[in-house]
Design a protein around this ligand. Sequence first.
Ligand SMILES: *Cc1c(COP(=O)(O)O)cnc(C)c1O
Length: 370
Amino acid sequence: MSFFAQLGLRKVINASGKMTALGASAVSDEVADALKRAAQDYVDIDEMMEFAGSVIAEYTGAEDGCPTCGAAAGIAIATASVITGKNLSLIERMPDSEGLRNEVIIQKGQQVHFGASIAQMVRIGGGKPIEVGNANKVEPDHIEQAITEKTAALLYIKSHHAVQKGTQSLETMMRIAKEHQLPFIVDAAAEEDFQAYIRMGADIVIYSGGKALEGPTSGLICGKKKWMEACRMQYKGVGRPMKVGKEGVAGLIAALKQYPSKEDNGDEQIERMTKLTEALADAKGLHCSIKQDEAGRAIYRAQIQVDASKAGMTAAELLHRLESGNPAIFLRHHYVNVGILSVDPRPLLKGQEDIIASEIKRILKEGQSS
Ligand SMILES: *Cc1c(COP(=O)(O)O)cnc(C)c1O
């Protein structure tokens, strides 16, 4: 029986992706073992944090790193670090940054909500978010002209949540930061390439440990040594209420070590999703196919098009019934308004595609007979 079911919580089948609201990732045995062994022992935390920094450096190509409890904490801690540097008195004052260089420039279409708002995370770190340009139109001038003697850093959000057209590229924003000798921070929370932005020259890059890395609830910051030392020092200040425990750091290290050897399992995904679409082939009002990820990643999802007139319910109704059942089944629903649901094979545990197919058929049959 699942741990959560033992507590009396509903069993969740996650076919939607790396969703914080569903517990982000289910870790491998190696990562789970690291979590368990670390939790049952003691360590000198400062020594472990420095060691973790060196592991992060090794896998990202950065000079140094800092573990966090998530990418959101990474934004707050990175912001504090560029305001305070390694000055302990300033570190102990955050998030009160009055009179200091504290402005963080963000393109308007990137000031997004990932579950909470980027701007709020900046404020928690003592920063004052300065949105520049318009949601779908930002010129280099908008960025340049927002730079003052109060500017602490430029922050770029690399995310599918952000507006993808009309904003300035990462390269352009970084060039402007460098011309003004300002630190350039990238929030790459869900990105799969842990080296790209450091290679391009970013000063500070933030990742989630629970998304592409498939680690425990955790995160990491990587970048220039002086900033990473300042980041780790924030645990004496604003970072304290967002501390990452020894278990989290241990799991993060294990996940980093495992990451380079992870193989593309595209063939297996296609096989499982074909099985699902075949099982649904005789369901009235559904048209199923297999679609590769829009962004071209090696993800093959089953797409379910719901013809409401034949199925007896809309895609939104089917989605709602699946989510409110027990097991609760969560599908991807970015296109539910045009009648499309999809099944993401990545987070599915063994055999769950069969449960999804039978639940969909059961719900449709119920709807069609009533
Ligand atoms: C998910 C996400 C975050 C927060 O990451 P956590 O690890 O859950 O704290 C921050 N920024 C973006 C763009 C995200 O997608």
